[in-house]
Design a protein around this ligand. Structure first.
Ligand code: F6R
Length: 242
């Protein structure tokens, strides 16, 4: 794993944006894997800035998001669909039908999981995947105990994950109980991964990811086995790594 140390959150975001933009300028029809949460917000701001300055175009790009809550409509301001449109898609020239998220409001969720996985394959696979990490080592919404062999699937969210995400909702009761997420196997099939980590709260998780045993009890540990992972972390997040 290649670890890049950023001084702070802003620099982490700038370095990640630079890598994504280089990828698109090298291959205009790149397939990007995107994440939500607090960590990539700065990355999306940087991308919009670069786009407005004319340094990149998304007109041939396809994107796939990692995950979506079950039971929230697209218009719900807590859905990841809403998040992605508000923070990125509405500000760049990415075509709407090339921006993919799992539909957490689908009638048949199982069928939606298969459809989503198949559409990633049809697009030729993901060239570059952005990841964040949860305090319990989750990537996407693959919680501890998720088999490494699994593809896009429905998950019951851990209490700790619901608590961590409650900050975006009016109360914990409103945080959905389930989500659809790309599986560990789907993530491992991506050609390149950029994992973003910021803040001292994530330092322990980052240390475990890099130095701990590869175990389904700490899903992110599987990244030790991926051939092309770059971790971009700020100094607070790196504080437990010597
Ligand atoms: C989001 C996702 C999650 C987050 C993780 C960290 O699409 O898949 O794995 O990356 O929960 O979230 P933040 O960045 O809010 O700390």
């Amino acid at each position: 794993m290649n670890i890049i140390q950023a001084e702070n959150y802003k620099q982490m975001s700038e370095l990640a944006a630079k890598k994504l933009i280089e990828q698109i300028n090298r291959k205009s029809d790149s397939v990007l894997g995107l994440a939500t949460g607090s960590t990539p917000e700065g990355l999306y701001e940087e991308i919009i800035k670069e786009y407005k300055e004319g340094n990149v175009s998304f007109k041939d790009v396809t994107t796939f998001n990692l995950d979506e809550y079950v039971g929230l409509s697209k218009n719900n301001d807590q859905s990841y669909y809403y998040y992605m449109h508000k923070l990125l898609f509405d500000h760049i020239d990415l075509k709407t039908d090339q921006a993919n998220l799992p539909n957490g409001d689908a009638k048949d969720l199982q069928e939606e999981c298969s459809r989503y996985e198949a559409s990633i394959q049809q697009a030729g696979g993901i060239d570059i995947q952005i990841l964040g990490i949860g305090l319990n080592g989750h990537i996407g919404f693959n919680e501890p105990g998720t088999p490494f062999s699994i593809q896009t699937h429905i998950v019951d969210l851990d209490e700790s994950t619901r608590n961590a995400n409650a900050r975006f909702f009016d109360s914990i009761d409103e945080v959905p109980l389930q989500a659809i997420t790309m599986g560990i196997d789907s993530i491992m099939q991506t050609k390149q991964i950029i994992l973003l980590v910021s803040g001292s709260k994530k330092a322990e998780a980052l240390e475990k990811l890099v130095n701990g045993p590869v175990t389904e009890d700490f899903p992110a540990s599987i990244l030790q086995k991926h051939p092309n992972v770059t971790i971009i972390a700020d100094s607070d997040a790196l504080s437990e790594l010597s």
